[in-house]
Design a binder for this molecule. Sequence first.
Ligand code: GSH
Length: 254
Amino acid sequence: MPRDEGGWSYDEGMDGVEGGNGSGNNGGEKGGGKGNRVYLHAFYAASDPHYSGRVTTPTLWDRHARTVVNNESSEILRMLNTQFKAHGAGGPDLYPQALRGEIDRVNEAVYRHINNGVYRCGFAQGQAAYEEAFRGMFETWDMLEALLGRHRYLVGNDLTEADVRLFPTLVRFDPVYFSHFKCNLRRIADYPNLSNYLRDLYQLPQFGSTVNIEQYKRGYYGNSPRLNPSGIIPLGPELLLHHPHDRATRAYGD
Ligand SMILES: N[C@@H](CCC(=O)N[C@@H](CS)C(=O)NCC(=O)O)C(=O)O
C-alpha cells in the first residue's frame, strides 16, 4: 500500500467506497477501476462522515457493514486469531493460553525497544533521548538473539504472535532503520540467529508475500525532508533474504 500527500492508498478501488483520483483529493470517482486510487481516508469517511481522528494503517474494514472495525494493530491481530475460525480461517493459534505470559513479556520489550524504538531513535529531538533509545534497542536485539539460540521462534518452536509483531521492523531494519534512523550499532545481518530467523520467516509465503523492500525505501528515504533532504534513495544493501537458513535443522539449547 503506497503513501503520498493524500495518505495511504490502494491501487484499485474496493467495495464501492468513493475514492480519490490519485490527486490526493477525494475526487468523487468510484474507486473501482484499475489505475484508480482509493485513499484510506475514504474508508474512514464512509464509516463515519464526522470522523476527525488519525487515519492509520493497518485498518480492519467490514465489507458488509461498510464500517471501520478497528485500527489498532495489536487488537486486529487478536481478532484475526480468534474471530474468523467460524468463517473458515485456518492456521495455528498464535496466542495459545499456555504461552500468553511469555508472549506478552516479549511483545512488551519488542514494542518499546524495537517497533517503537526505531522511531524513538530516528525522531529523537536530542542526543540523550537518541542514546537512551539506541541502547535499549540493541540490548533488546541481544536478548532476542539469545532467545533464538534456544528455540526456532521467539517463544518456543512454533510461530506465535510475538514473531508476527517483530517481523515488520525486523525486515525493514537493514534496508531502512540502520542508516535512515541511525540505528547503526549492528545490522541484523551481523547477528547469526536473527539473520537466519529473518530468512526463515521471509521464506514463509504468508510473511514474504507482504514484503516490498523498494517501496519501504521510497516511503522512508523519499518522504523525509528533515532526515533526508536530498530525497536520494539508497540502492543497497544486499539483503539475500532468499538464501538458505539453518533454523529447521540446527540444534537448540541453553
Ligand atoms: N496504534 C496504531 C498506530 C498505527 C500507525 O501509526 N501507523 C502509521 C504507519 S506505520 C500510520 O498509518 N501513520 C499515518 C500516516 O502515515 O499517514 C497501530 O499500531 O496499529
